[in-house]
Design a protein around this ligand. Sequence first.
Ligand code: DON
Length: 341
Amino acid sequence: MAELDDIPQHVSTGTLPGWDAVENLVREAHAYARETGDGDIATYIPRLAQVDPELFGVSVAEVDGAVHAAGDAEVLFSIQSISKAFVYALVCEELGHEVVRERIGVDNTGLPFNSVIAIELADGHPGNPMVNAGAIATTALVPAASADERWARIQAGLSAFAGRRLELDGEVYTSEADTNQRNRAIGTLLQAYGRIEADPLGAVDAYTRQCSLLVTATDLAVMGATLADGGVNPVTGERVVAADVARDTLAVLAAAGLYERSGEWLFEIGLPGKSGVAGGIMTVSPGKAGIGVFAPRLDGAGNSVRGRLATRYLARALGLDIFASEAREHGPYPYSREKPS
Ligand code: DON
């Protein structure tokens, strides 16, 4: 596999290169990351253990609606934790920036996604909406008069981000619902701390359903492009959330989207992203594009190995890394810019 320095590095210019260049780079990123067979598929949700570990898709959706894909980009898989980003955005849209910041938090816990200790150490505060405690508490905040209404709003909201109706994978849902004692414990612990007011197990059930929605890598790219496009889905034209909400969601993803590995992810990729245990990763380049990847083999923190490599390739080669810059030419030096007359 090529070293990092061998991947052409371009800095952000405000737009992506032309259609053919993006198309080629998506194919190159796919070929590059396919070289590794590292990582293991998730097995703690029994249904996920049955997936073909070789599946691998990469997709980029630009904010002008262009979509570029390579490999298994149209294969369905469960969205899992990536749903947390979108339910957070929907709740922010309903309740506002301050309510969600105070009730859920926006700081990295520094601990794994399903940590119970993190809740105890923070005196019951969930920490952020990307770990399970914060996600379950966020799902409980979706305004609804009944469990059915809550689920209908979540399904419709995530579908609006994707630009098509997302369906539940009943087998994944049942498999997780049968084995999610830990999440039920987290929900009940949050109730004991007064962080969930009513029916914590109902909130866990809605959370389990949202994780079981089926998406493709291209869906993730379009969902990410909606966050990149100030909350407007660039394929359907629908405003899904306000621009401020899209911005807030990306800030939280930068801090906590990859859990305790969020710093390493920002250091390597330089973009906000969110991973799921089925092998999806969604990454957002604000104002430019969303990247969706799917490859089921995961690293020790539960993030897709091929997905991370392909995303890193694209962040560099498409000039998306928000931290990368190069000196602007404006001589002669020493130079002092004067106020235009
Ligand atoms: O809560 C769970 O265990 C799953 N439904 C989602 C976990 C997940 O995707 C963690 N992400 N990397």
